[in-house]
Design a protein around this ligand. Structure first.
Ligand code: ADP
Length: 852
């Protein structure tokens, strides 16, 4: 492919052209040269995504009129100065780009095309990152290392092609282990250590053949799904864009003995279960459909041909009639065939649709059932707002997308491909020259479209920028609205931004409108009709074609353009459905509570709780709680205090198995025996450890049902007693239908009332251990007083853990545990803690300063 053509294609795909001027050049190692450029048109303040690269157009050393392209990763772009560096690998013998770089001096210029949509986009929270490549990949790997969170595990395997390569600077990352391997096409693939790579993400970049081999090895030997490997081939042995010129070496030859680097083999090497990736869930979900969808595709292809056949036959009929071959012996079979095929196609089409809908109904049913079953097995702590939104999306939107894919997408796409292909093949047999002309409008469409896409990358960035500014201005305006209303002011700032955004959109889209319409018109039936009539008449008049042969073209050729472009649109829902399957798959892969442990019985009686060396993190290697040792003696009240984010709420959720501890254990203490909470039947645990949260969730139902939630068989007397103790009975009797009032319909509860109702609910459940998130945000003092009284009744003789937000409420606690950054830093009574210097006393003093 010529360089000019490549450049045109890249531009059509949104690349932008720039001239860069050399400012300085430094050899970082013997074979690794960093050149700093001034590139003000490229580095102009727009976002430069991690590991994004340019294509440099390096002059051919022998023929300066020729240029070769190669990818280079942006290093240290500086928007303030418009400068950016690129690292060049200078191995002997050199390719054109390296030769240019070796001789480059300040003032030299070179052309570059920036294709900024190449981004580093790993899946959410992978277990670790495997980054592999040769020296040419190091700049990109350095870029990636600089943006990875510090707590993640990273394994970097680099290929040294020259001894000096090992001195090339690699960006420091606290979790990264860096290994070097020898040269040769297979070296990287051979260097991948055997271990459990479950949920790891691989980013690999090197020479074309090496990448092919590495990708295959990662997939087949180590189990990486292809979706979890991001690969880029930077250069190719024996091609003009290579690093080296032909050296006479065999392309697949390995030049150095290939040895795996001495990577530590983790204990998981002895794994029994095969490795597993979150992306696999989605694939497996679709696997059961695969053969059915393939069969549907084949059947649809047959149907499409059958549907087309009557039209072809009718065209033939017309041709024969015009040609004067009208006798019933030749025409009758044609008519019967036409009717037969038409009827047959309709019948088969109905069968296909009915069958696909049955497949879909089954699939949808199974899918929803597995999602619901999965929800029941997930730990309570999983149900954050964000995850709740993902369930909503999975059950409503994603299931709908899959429905479309199963029932419609495959037939639509297959019909979209088969029909125009069959049409054009048939038309070629009628008149090849006229059939060939039908591609002209399509070429015009592609040309106009490509022209429209030029510079779109820049425009999209600018558009994103305007959107961000408009959003920021709108939020600032809404936030300030109350002040503006009271004290005056106007919306000039937001109006200015919105006007600017509108002007930008206008300036961008208006000139394109004409081209857009032209591109659309080029493929509409009238354009084809015009072309067929004009070109057909001309061919008929010049004696090159029979008049009757025009008929098939008029019958079948006019819809050719719309049919072909419909296919392009048909692929979009297929891609969306695959993404939907991936999202549902990820949901189905979410880690569940371990229920495999033996279940031990719990004898009744007073219970305490012991946290022993407990550690916990929401994500691997990011501990939120560490080394927690805490004893809640039976019948005592323990308060957790500490700054926001210290881990109090996280700790308080663990006894209810909102999440399972990652280290240590939490045990129920009953006299002399201690039982790990993971060894207790989850339902029993639920009855044993009760929770009262600040944010009360009321179910849609009567007040009675809300109070007796944990024990629907509770008697009216019990319910009323609980409501009395929780100081909510009177409010209930004032409601229109008393205990039978429906929450949200007959009665609206204030925050304090809902809180007291939840206390009555906890009294009915009567758990021996109680975890309270202390109520804070009640506006009216009377309600707060009632809540406090109700809490007093609830606490009674139970074992209680309170997450305290205000210090004065913990003064009488039996024990206070002071938390800071995931650890318990002090423990004791109020008096003891106040007597010693430390965080507790500091918190009190800070509180007093605030109130004084
Ligand atoms: P506190 O209750 O003391 O304010 P939390 O237990 O709420 O502290 O939070 C402790 C740390 O855990 C914080 O850094 C918080 O950002 C993090 N965290 C809390 N909940 C989640 C969650 N569901 N997922 C991830 N991180 C969380």
């Amino acid at each position: 492919m010529g360089a000019r053509f490549q450049r045109t294609m890249m531009k059509a795909l949104g690349a932008t052209d720039h001239v860069m001027t050399v400012i300085s050049a430094t050899n970082l190692t013997l074979g690794f040269r960093r050149i700093r450029f001034s590139a003000p048109t490229m580095i102009d303040g727009r976002e430069t995504p991690t590991a994004s690269y340019v294509r440099l157009w390096a002059p051919d050393p022998e023929d300066p009129a020729k240029v070769h392209q190669r990818g280079y990763t942006l290093v240290d772009p500086d928007a303030a100065t418009g400068e950016v560096s690129f690292d060049f690998v200078l191995h002997e013998p050199m390719g054109p780009a390296s030769a240019w770089a070796a001789a480059a001096k300040p003032g030299d210029t070179i052309n570059a095309s920036y294709y900024m949509f190449q981004k580093f986009e790993p899946p959410e929270n992978p277990e670790g990152y495997l980054l592999m490549g040769d020296p040419a990949a190091i700049p990109a790997i350095n870029g990636i290392l600089s943006v990875l969170p510090s707590e993640v595990a990273v394994i970097v395997i680099l290929q040294a092609q020259l001894p000096g390569d090992r001195d090339i600077p690699v960006t420091f990352h606290p979790g990264a282990q860096v290994f070097w391997t020898g040269d040769g096409t297979g070296a990287l693939a051979a260097a991948v250590p055997a271990r459990d790579w479950s949920n790891w993400y691989a980013w690999v970049a090197a020479e074309h053949a090496a990448i092919k081999e590495l990708r295959a090895t990662l997939n087949r030997v180590h189990g990486f799904p292809l979706a979890d490997i991001r690969h880029t081939a930077y250069w190719m042995r024996g091609k003009a864009m290579r690093l080296r010129k032909e050296t006479g070496r065999d392309e697949t030859e390995t030049t150095a003995p290939v040895t795996a680097p001495a990577l530590p083999q983790p204990a998981e090497t002895l794994q029994k279960t095969p490795p597993r990736w979150r992306s696999q869930g989605g694939q497996e979900l679709l696997a059961s459909l695969r053969w059915k969808l393939r069969a549907a595709g084949v059947l649809q292809a047959v149907i499409s041909l059958m549907q087309l056949a009557p039209l072809v036959l009718l065209a033939e009929l017309g041709r024969r009639l015009l040609a004067g071959e009208a006798n019933s012996e030749t025409l009758t079979p044609l008519i019967f065939w036409t009717l037969g095929l038409f009827g047959g196609a309709a019948l088969l089409s109905t069968v296909l649709m009915v069958w696909l809908h049955a497949v879909d109904a089954r699939f949808g049913h199974d899918l929803r059932r597995s999602v619901v079953a999965k929800l029941a097995r997930l730990p309570l702590g999983w149900f954050t707002d964000r995850n709740a939104a993902s369930v909503h999306q999975a059950v409503q939107e994603d299931a709908g997308r899959l429905h479309y894919m199963v029932t419609h997408a495959v037939p639509d796409v297959v019909a979209g491909i088969v029909t125009p292909l069959a049409v054009i093949t048939y038309l070629f047999t009628v008149d090849a020259a006229l059939a060939g002309l039908l591609f002209l409008p399509l070429l015009a469409f592609v040309g106009l479209f490509a022209h429209m896409m030029r510079g779109v990358a820049d425009k999209l960035v600018e558009y994103a920028d305007w959107t961000k500014r408009a959003n920021a201005a709108a939020s600032a305006f809404i936030e300030a609205l109350p002040v503006v209303r009271v004290f005056g002011g106007n919306a000039d700032a937001v109006r200015k931004v919105l006007n600017g955004q509108a002007a930008f959109l206008n300036g961008w889209q208006r000139p394109m409108a004409g081209r857009k319409v032209a591109a659309q018109l080029a493929i509409q039936p009238p354009a084809f009709l015009l072309l067929i009539t004009a070109a057909g008449c001309w061919r008929i008049l010049s004696g090159a074609m029979l008049p009757a042969d025009l008929l098939p073209f008029l019958f079948l050729g006019t819809a050719f353009g719309t049919q072909i472009t419909a296919v392009m649109y048909g692929f979009v829902p297929m891609r969306e459905a695959r993404q939907a399957a991936n999202r549902i798959g990820t949901l189905l892969e979410a880690p569940e509570l371990d229920r495999s442990r033996s279940l031990r019985a719990l004898s009744p009686g007073s219970l305490g709780l012991r946290f022993q060396k407990v550690g916990f993190g929401y994500r691997p290697r990011k501990p939120v709680l560490q080394d927690i040792d805490l004893i809640l003696a039976p019948g005592t009240l323990t308060a957790l205090v500490g700054p926001s984010g210290a881990g109090k709420s996280t700790l308080a959720g663990l006894p209810g198995r909102f999440h399972d501890v990652t280290e240590g254990a939490i045990r129920l203490v009953a006299g002399e025996t201690e039982i790990d909470i993971r060894d207790i039947n989850p339902q029993v645990l639920q009855r044993t450890v009760g929770f009262v949260f600040q944010d009360v969730r009321l179910i849609k139902g009567t007040l009675r049902e809300n109070i007796a939630l944990s024990r629907p068989d509770a008697s009216q007397a019990e319910i009323e007693a609980a409501a009395c103790a929780a100081h909510i009975h009177q409010r209930i009797t004032e409601a229109p239908r008393g205990y039978d009032s429906i929450v949200g319909e007959d009665i609206q509860l204030s925050g304090g009332e809902a809180q007291r109702l939840s206390i009555a609910r906890a009294l009915i459940a009567d758990p021996p251990i109680l975890v309270l998130d202390e109520a804070t945000a009640f506006a009216d003092p009377e309600s707060e007083h009632l809540v406090q009284q109700a809490l007093g009744a609830l606490i009674g003789k139970r074992t209680v853990l309170v997450v305290a937000h205000r210090l004065h409420t913990v003064v009488h606690a039996d024990r206070i545990a002071v938390m800071d950054r995931g650890r318990i830093v002090q423990q004791g009574t109020h008096a003891a803690l106040m007597a010693e210097p430390g965080l507790y006393r500091d918190l009190w003093q800070a509180g007093e300063r605030k109130t004084s």
